[in-house]
Design a protein around this ligand. Sequence first.
Ligand code: OVM
Length: 400
Amino acid sequence: MLDSFSKSAAPSTQIDPFSRDYILDPYPYHAQLREIGRVVWLEKYGCWCLPKHDEVKASLMNWRGFSSSAGVGLANFHKEKPWRPPSVLIEADPPEHTPRRAVTGRVMGAANIKRMRPQFEANAAAMVDRILDAGTVDGFADVAKEYVLKVFPDAVGVAPGDRDNLLFYGSMVFNAFGVLNDIFEESARHAAPLTDYILQACKRENLTKDGFGAQIYEAADNGEVTHDEAFMLVRSLLSAGVDTTIYLIANAIWCFAKYPQEWDKLRADPTRARAAVEEVLRFESPFQGAFRTTGEDMEVAGIKMGAEEKVFIVLGSANRDPDRWDNPDVFDIDRKTVGHMAFGAGIHGCVGQMIARLEAECFVQELARRVSKIELTGTPIHKVHNTIRGFETLPVRFVS
Ligand code: OVM
């Protein structure tokens, strides 16, 4: 239990990271949070928040002190019933987490995924054929979404069907990594009826024989995980791997439309696409943050936290922390981006990060080879979402 003295000694704020205002432009709020303290009490939710790079990183590296098995949203699974059967990956701690992560990490690892590159490149080229000099297109719906919904579910081995369902489902899951507010409820209204589609898609008999999904079931045949766990791990891939990469690619389009001098730098050497994507990840992190639960009483930056308390880890703020980055609000593809927190860190660091990078790299590189200018042709509209940063509409023109 946290005594009232230490709580009142802690810096606290009424800032609400899950309000419309914050969501539409989080950066001024991040700056305020970082000014208020390294550990900040969020009065509205009765939880902590960590906005500084050092503490974000340290907490992610400390899975015992900052546990995931009580859920990575505000809801504490020790006290509240989870809104869906918890993920066996992101909502688990060692030792249960360890073999599941080992299997998923191997399947999604660099060595196993590199065979996908020719398909990703071919799909990127076909996409650029379609959008080049085609007038205004939606960089979110027509471009990023189309591309990712083709290449990623194909790689997992999902049958053809209405893949938009995956996006609605992912949006609901990621909203729940914030708070169960009206924004979550709205996404759940769209997605809850699609849950059956998702669960069917995860079944072995509905997956292709040669995708990542099938490989996870093969690991279950070998006894590395159970078959039930394999099913849940495929659910994790489909929950986590769609929205994030779509928003990443749309954010990349936006960054290069907004900062044409950076686009010219990349066009001069398109092989730098992979590095440029890292700066997009830092500058406009698609996944802005999630929660942990304190495992025991502890002290962070001189502030005492009790056991069983929720902590919001603000990845997007760590990535703009001026104590970690020179001119953090400048988008610069030449920057040394190593150490950004867009994929998290530690044992729960994004298991799909290599394939996310590959998808984005193939697309951005093809664009850099063939598109001289990306022009905004209307006002982009940000998606209102608890933990994902990106666009709902992004009107752009790709000029050869
Ligand atoms: C999962 C899952 C879902 C969404 C995101 C995520 C960022 C994991 O079901 O395991 O990691």
